[in-house]
Write a protein that binds this ligand. Structure first.
Ligand SMILES: Cc1cc2nc3c(=O)[nH]c(=O)nc-3n(C[C@H](O)[C@H](O)[C@H](O)COP(=O)(O)O)c2cc1C
Length: 200
């Protein structure tokens, strides 16, 4: 279904050999192969200081937080694939989400960038649970914290150290199919949300 809805895939790890990064890059590839224009953003390319209210008061949000917000703005759906750290969100991701949540451009309402697009969440872990506990916290942050619409579906890859084939795909065909289905749902939801906002 070729359409102009654009998806952004973001990984919550900037580690060179990150499983979550591999999964996010794979997601963008699957989307593009199915006619959904998609990109991957590496949070390692957007280094930011740890959020600090005094720093914000003195200097405003860091330029990289503004760049990341602008990147969210040119995509209609955002798929965040994140590791679980001690049953929660890695600081790299939480910090980026927090800084972006502080930016208000052009008299826009608070958290507009989160409230006007659709999110999907996923995770990969070498562990048996695939990082699913971290996703509960990520869902809470996005839904309750920022007011974002998050797809009920979420995608996890357990035993991630053994899950990828040499071609970068998931060796398990059913997992590949489920990932594709989740991505297509995100694209459809983003298309509907986009229609809503172009009418208002
Ligand atoms: C501080 C820390 C806490 C972690 N806690 C968990 C955890 O609660 N559950 C889990 O499945 N893996 C946990 N892990 C292992 C990560 O899933 C593993 O390091 C994974 O490879 C990180 O994702 P990445 O490959 O995308 O960098 C933890 C790793 C770190 C560094």
């Amino acid at each position: 279904m070729p359409h102009t809805t654009r998806l952004l895939f973001v990984a919550g790890s900037a580690r060179k050999d990150s499983y979550n990064k591999r999964l996010a890059i794979l997601g963008a590839e699957i989307a593009n192969a199915n006619g959904i224009h998609s990109s991957f953003a590496d949070l390692g390319d957007y280094p930011m200081p740890i959020y600090d209210g005094d720093l914000e008061a003195a200097e405003g949000p860091p330029e990289n937080a503004r760049k990341l917000k602008a990147l969210f703005e040119v995509h209609h759906g955002v798929f965040i694939i994140s590791p679980e750290y001690n049953a929660s969100i890695p600081p790299l991701l939480k910090n980026a989400l927090d800084w972006v949540s502080r930016i208000r451009d052009r008299d826009e309402p608070p958290l507009a960038v989160y409230k006007t697009r659709v999110f999907a969440i996923g995770s990969a872990s070498p562990g048996a649970f695939g990082g699913i506990r971290g996703l509960s916290v990520l869902r809470q942050t996005l839904e309750l914290g920022t007011g974002a619409l998050v797809l009920p579906d979420q995608f996890t890859v357990p035993r991630a150290d053994k899950a990828f084939g040499d071609n970068g795909h998931l060796a398990d065909k059913k997992s590949m199919e489920l990932y594709k289905t989740t991505i297509e749902k995100l694209a459809r939801a983003a298309l509907i949300m986009r229609g809503e906002f172009s009418r208002s």
